[in-house]
Design a protein around this ligand. Structure first.
Ligand code: SF4
Ligand code: SF4
Length: 317
């Protein structure tokens, strides 16, 4: 399946970093995890497909089985959706029909001060852990006699993670541009494995979260780069519930997170993190609200060639 002609291009991070003088974040633990992702995980994306196919009674059984396996391999949340051309980055293609989306929780206790080295390490730790999850799931699917493709959470994937996550029922799109899960809030990362095994699919949810964003502006107020908007943008297309989208100004956001440990302040300040679960799921005491370090934002910069610029996909209902 090829991408829709309206699909956005994959963002060219290397060009973008080069335009701003290269990468700045220098944290040994982050460097080590990135090395492991690119040099140890990426080569494990492919494998041999078994000759004999496991059969399932019906798509529901296949779905249940693979969701249980994904959780066994480390996913905190799992959902399944059918891939559409608008879910694929411009100029790319995918052979498979369904995406098994997996999410990995980031620990709120690592986001008590943002931006910080702790929060940066936690982001990359979850990319790594979830990378292990999608590789294990893909190996398992090939072992059952089916082909599949890995969409690693760290990026340069063929699929756009956010539309896939929304269709797979992970939550609703927040003002800060991330999906908010009813239980995990926005502090999670996503990846997926695409396969054509016939499976029952999930659907977008309406838990009143996106509607609540119209009344809450916590992320807008606490964004140090002033990148989160006051209003929705009708020209940016609809989300899966039919709302106009909020569009984060990436020209302001990206330079800030490049300079200050991937920022991420908008995630832990989101009110969906710390109502009942400030104990961080595992009993760790946490602050109810993180300390956000406000520094003077760098100049806005969105300087890659226009055909490679980040743009928000027009999600179709
Ligand atoms: S990552 Fe930081 S700069 Fe970017 S939108 Fe979130 S709070 Fe603002
Ligand atoms: S902080 Fe408030 S406005 Fe921002 S995404 Fe979370 S709920 Fe929505």
């Amino acid at each position: 399946m090829k991408a829709h002609s309206d699909s956005p291009p994959a963002f060219s991070w290397d060009d973008w970093y080069a335009g701003l003088g290269g990468r700045e974040i220098n944290i040994p633990e982050v460097d080590e995890l990135l090395h492991q992702i690119f040099h140890e995980q990426f080569p494990r994306f492919v494998g041999k497909v078994a000759e004999e196919k496991k059969t399932f009674r019906d798509p529901e059984e296949a779905s249940r089985h693979l969701k249980a396996k994904a959780q066994e391999f480390g996913a905190d949340i799992v959902g399944i959706c059918e891939i559409e051309p608008s879910d694929i980055y411009r100029g790319r293609a995918i052979e498979e029909r369904f995406a098994i989306a997996v999410g990995g929780r980031m620990r709120y206790r690592a986001f008590q001060t943002v931006p910080s080295k702790e929060s940066a390490i936690e982001c990359i730790r979850v990319y790594y852990e979830l990378g292990e999850t999608v590789i294990a799931l893909a190996d398992y699917i090939r072992g059952m006699g089916y082909s599949c493709e890995i969409e690693h959470p760290i990026g340069d994937s063929n699929l756009l993670h956010i539309p896939i996550g929304l269709k797979a029922g992970f939550g609703e799109l927040g003002r800060h541009g991330s999906i908010i899960h009813p239980k995990l809030g926005p502090l999670f990362r996503m990846g997926s494995v695409a396969t054509s095994i016939p499976m029952a699919t999930d659907h977008p949810i309406d838990a009143g979260i996106a509607a609540f964003c119209d009344k809450c502006k916590a992320c807008r107020i606490y964004c140090p780069a002033n990148a989160i908007p006051d209003d929705r943008s009708p020209e940016a297309g609809k989300d899966h519930l039919g709302y106009d989208r909020y569009v984060v100004d990436t020209g302001k956001c990206f330079p800030y997170f490049k300079k200050y440990n991937y920022c991420s302040a908008c995630l832990p300040v989101c009110v969906y993190n710390h109502k009942e679960w400030a104990r961080d799921f595992e009993g760790f005491e946490t602050k109810k609200f993180p300390d956000v370090i406000f520094k003077d934002p760098p100049d806005a910069y969105d300087g890659v060639a226009s055909e490679k610029k980040h743009s928000y996909p027009r999600i179709r209902r």
